[in-house]
Design a protein around this ligand. Structure first.
Ligand SMILES: [Zn+2]
Length: 176
């Protein structure tokens, strides 16, 4: 592994730890002393994804990454959140140990994690991923999430004050 800064071909390992079924190594270039990180991962046996129309194709991490990135576009997520999500899904897939997996299983794994990460990204991913037959279910899901986010009931102050929403205060408690 050449140094990404000066191209020198030798480095020493200054730290090494297990991450997501791989090994992360912190290295220091023996020439310019710059530090960089490498990941070592076992190349698993091929995993095939069975699509809804029964077509079979090799699991493609980059393709999944692109799909999830698209769903997370412009969402306030940490820079490496999507990458980590994909790492987890990939690790889980290989832990299952089979050589084939239904695309629906992968979709569910992604959705489970997106749901805990960002509701908008979750809904975007689900709406692209799910069939039309599932749309009613998705709508119920959206309603549940919206409800949990706090639609103010009569005896509760709204989460966001009306003046911030640009509406005139109509709540009697606030005009007093
Ligand atoms: Zn260097």
């Amino acid at each position: 592994m050449n140094c990404p800064y000066c191209g020198y071909d030798d480095s020493k390992v200054i730290d090494s730890r297990d991450v997501n079924d791989g090994i992360r190594r912190r290295r220091q270039c023996l020439s310019c002393e710059a530090r960089f990180t490498t990941y070592e991962r076992l190349q698993p046996a091929s995993l095939f994804v069975i699509k809804k129309d029964r077509r079979r194709e090799e699991f493609d991490r980059d393709k999944l990454l692109t799909g999830v990135r698209r769903a997370c576009e412009k969402r306030p997520l940490p820079e490496d959140a999507v990458e980590r999500l994909i790492d987890e899904v990939e690790a889980e897939l290989y832990r299952l140990g089979g050589t084939e997996v239904a695309s629906a299983t992968i979709g569910d794994m992604v959705m489970d994690r997106l749901k805990g990460l960002d509701h908008i990204a979750y809904i975007r991913f689900a709406s692209v991923y799910r069939d039309f037959a599932d749309i009613t279910m998705l709508k119920e899901e959206v309603d549940t999430l919206a409800g949990r986010a706090g639609v103010p009931s009569a005896d509760q102050l709204p989460l966001i004050p009306p003046e911030e929403l640009g509406v005139a205060a109509t709540n009697p408690r606030q005009v007093r």
